[in-house]
Design a protein around this ligand. Structure first.
Ligand code: PLP
Ligand code: ZN
Length: 466
């Protein structure tokens, strides 16, 4: 086995790293091994500060990270731990890994044409061990749970967080409890949690209720909460930005576009790019844009309200989000009315001059089918990014010659019912307050054709189709 590639300048960062409150009027620092999820002083959100500005030679990281991709050391085989210089863990931390990260980037000419762009790159986070980007965060959060000596890990989830936590907890021999909104989770995702041995609690309520319950459980000392309020998850997830830059030979794209649910992903992306800029690894930030779906778009609503008002976006940071009590969308991974990380995410959007918009249910469905036609596929929520890019191009917020990366968040097999219903023309959004359902007539339907068990019948059909 190859020896792990060490950065000679790297000193253990754990002693230096702190959990820092992001509230502008607080900024309190807390120790890295304190088991807290919000600021002890003001209740504000926390993020990890690794004091990256003190690194003596960050430029050397580029070479080290690139070389580690060919190493067989378990830490180097993980796309997350390969970038360990920027993570708040000691070199000898007891890491829990399933070799997450290392996800491909694809050129997507059909999606580009569909969106009105000359080219489009898809970064497919669905190609992670449990099929979503959540794995990049869970490897860090579950490692921290082991360091803290937790007995059980808990999360609220629309399905993917649960599947991911269940898998990493199984690897680490920790009990795992997942809270899922009853009847609102794809069976494929629940099946994963079952298989990985989690205790599955189907809560009579929606995702936001599950989230509230995990907050209430946070004071039980032997339980570790692994939702995206957990700043260690964000640390793992931010490495996606680093990995993207390594894969792009450090050419900064003009735009990075992600779907937004609870907004841990967008916050993490923003943090990664901001860190790289502060270390001098990149000289500008890509514009980070977040796409929500109309029935679950509290941040997009806040954003457009401020764009249209005289005060503009200056005081947006001080504004308060209006939560959506009954979020509605078939993209269950982003069916969230009260996103916990909206402040961090909005900060990253404003810092990079990005956008927050929403797309309609049919727009999302057709964009998803388009990703499928590339031979790639993704889960419904992921396609919000592609649908959003198409809309931003139409609004001239994205120029047709600009370089754009869409982050696909989950695998196509995460929600097979959605896929087959779309292609059979049977997809429809649940009834709204007035009891009206919204049928979705896909533009790219492709259902199965029944045929007699005879060569002639098959040739006859193929003649018509080809
Ligand atoms: C979790 C998830 C999202 C939403 O990510 P946030 O960090 O909550 O904004 C989007 N798509 C998929 C597939 C997910 O699993
Ligand atoms: Zn604080």
């Amino acid at each position: 086995m190859n020896a792990p590639l060490q950065n000679p300048h790297h000193r253990p960062s754990t002693k230096a790293a702190v959990q820092k409150c992001i509230a502008a009027d607080c900024g309190a620092s807390h120790g890295i091994t304190e088991q807290i999820y919000v600021c002890r002083k003001c209740g504000g959100p926390l993020e990890i500060d690794c004091h990256l500005e003190t690194f003596p030679d960050p430029a050397s990281f580029r070479q080290i990270w690139k070389m580690r991709a060919a190493s067989q050391d378990p830490r180097d085989r993980s796309g997350v731990w390969r970038h360990r210089e920027v993570l708040p863990f000691e070199d000898h931390a007891p890491i829990v890994t399933l070799f997450e990260g290392n996800t491909p980037i694809y050129g997507a000419p059909k999606c580009a044409r569909y969106a009105g762009l000359r080219s489009l790159t898809l970064k497919h986070q669905g190609n992670n061990p449990t099929g979503s980007f959540k794995d990049t965060g869970m490897t860090a959060a579950v490692t921290q749970a082991v360091i803290l000596g937790a007995r059980a890990v808990v999360c609220a989830s629309t399905g993917n967080t649960a599947a991911s936590l269940a898998a990493y907890a199984a690897r680490a021999n920790l009990k795992c409890v997942v809270l899922l909104p009853e009847g609102q989770t794809s069976p494929a995702k629940i099946a994963q949690s079952m298989d990985y041995g989690a205790i599955i609690l189907e809560v009579a309520g929606n995702f936001d209720d599950c989230m509230r319950l995990t907050h209430e459980l946070a004071d039980v000392p032997w339980i570790y909460i692994a939702n995206s309020v957990n700043p260690f998850r964000i640390e793992g997830q931010k490495t996606v930005a680093y990995e993207l830059m390594v894969q792009s030979d450090w050419k900064v794209p003009d735009h990075v576009v992600v779907p937004g649910g609870n907004m841990g992903n967008s916050s993490a992306m923003g943090k990664g790019f901001d860190e790289m800029r502060r270390m001098g690894l990149i000289d500008r930030l890509p514009k980070l844009s977040i796409i929500q779906v109309e029935g679950a778009s509290p941040l997009a609503q806040l954003f457009s309200k401020h764009m249209q008002s005289d005060s503009g976006i200056e005081d947006l940071q001080l504004a308060q989000i209006e939560t959506v009590a009954r979020p509605r969308t078939l993209a269950t991974a982003i069916r969230i009315g009260a996103p916990v990380s909206w402040k961090k995410a909005l900060r990253a959007v404003l810092q990079s001059n990005g956008n927050v918009i929403s797309v309609s249910e049919p727009e999302l469905a057709d964009a998803k089918a388009m990703v499928g036609l590339e031979g790639i596929g993704c889960e419904p929520a992921s396609a919000a990014a592609v649908a959003g890019i198409r809309k931003l191009v139409a609004q001239e917020q994205i120029g047709k010659d600009e370089s754009v990366v869409a982050v696909l968040t989950g695998h196509v097999l995460k929600d097979p019912d959605y896929v087959s219903q779309y292609h059979r023309g049977a997809l429809s959004l649940e009834p709204d307050r007035d009891g009206k359902t919204q049928p979705i007539v896909g533009a790219f339907r492709n259902s199965a054709v029944r045929v007699a068990a005879a060569k002639d019948a098959i040739v006859e059909i193929l003649r018509r189709e080809l």
